[in-house]
Design a protein around this ligand. Structure first.
Ligand SMILES: CC(=O)[C@@H](O)[C@H](O)COP(=O)(O)O
Length: 270
């Protein structure tokens, strides 16, 4: 984490600036060594960690996973993965704040076990309570515009819609909905879950998303370290393209090499 003014194009969430726009999950890697190498390659803004899934207390020494997290020196974003009720998510967030000594929480409240779709009916209430308690809440949600607007209304300074169900790697299944959401909401938006290829990440960044959070596509790649690098490069490329301003697609072919006149195209002529 850096000061908000350290670079001209930083990701700023809850007033804190990050040099990378990629957030990585830490589950399902073949080994701690591979996870470590993947993180070193991608240098993500944050690493998610689940208290419930790791099943041990990071405050206790001797747990190799928690030791590894500390060694990596990447900010940890605890999550409430696996929580199915509002109270369970709130309690897990409280525990995470205590053990990680951080106000950050990725709020995951599962409403359907088959699709792992978030419980959109209770998510807003959970987010509202955690924001009121001083948490920096990053809610995992669907791309529903009204839901995302309500999350912003209750104080979420960033929102994380899915591209597709967690772990499917299908990429953005509702491109129209995700693009519409980007147009309508003026807060940082990060796509969380369902990305399978670096091109998916690049695509959502080109649409103007501020970052992506992913896990499975890197952890289950044949070479997770190389894939971590590919995603980091894709996120940076998509962001650069967004900032560069894409050309407008044309109906008809236009020769890129004019036969006569100047080889330079002046905007005034366009
Ligand atoms: C680990 C984590 O934070 C996941 O909850 C996240 O949603 C990533 O999803 P994928 O595994 O589909 O990338």
């Amino acid at each position: 984490m850096n000061s908000p003014t350290s670079s001209p194009d930083t990701l700023v969430l809850y007033g804190q600036a990050f040099q990378s726009r990629l957030l990585l999950g830490t589950a399902r890697y073949p080994s701690p060594a591979v996870l470590e190498a993947a993180v070193q390659r991608a240098r993500p803004a944050m690493l998610t960690a689940s208290l419930r899934r790791q099943g041990s207390n990071p405050a206790e020494s001797g747990s190799s996973f928690w030791e590894l997290l500390k060694r990596l020196q990447v900010p940890v974003l605890p999550n409430t993965a696996g929580c199915h009720s509002l109270q369970e998510a709130i309690t897990t967030a409280h525990m995470a704040r205590e053990v990680f000594d951080t106000p950050w929480i990725k709020l995951e409240l599962i409403g359907d076990d088959y699709t792992l779709q978030p419980d959109t009916l209770n998510l807003v209430q959970a987010a509202e309570q955690l924001v009121r308690e001083g948490f920096y809440v990053l809610p995992y949600c669907t791309e529903d515009l009204v839901l995302c607007q309500r999350l912003v209304d209750v104080g979420c300074q960033a929102v994380m819609p899915w591209a597709a169900p967690i772990g499917t790697g299908r990429g953005p299944v509702n491109p129209y909905g995700l693009q519409l959401l980007r147009e309508r909401l003026d807060v940082p938006l990060l796509v969380d879950a369902g990305l399978g290829l670096p091109s998916h990440a690049c695509q959502v960044m080109e649409w103007g998303y501020d970052g992506v959070l992913l896990n499975t596509a890197v952890a289950l790649a044949t070479d997770p370290v190389q894939m971590a690098g590919a995603f980091a490069d894709a996120v940076a490329a998509g962001r650069a393209a967004r900032l560069a301003g894409a050309m407008t697609p044309q109906e008809a072919a236009q020769p890129s090499t004019p036969v006569l006149g100047t080889p330079f195209w002046h905007h005034a002529q366009g």
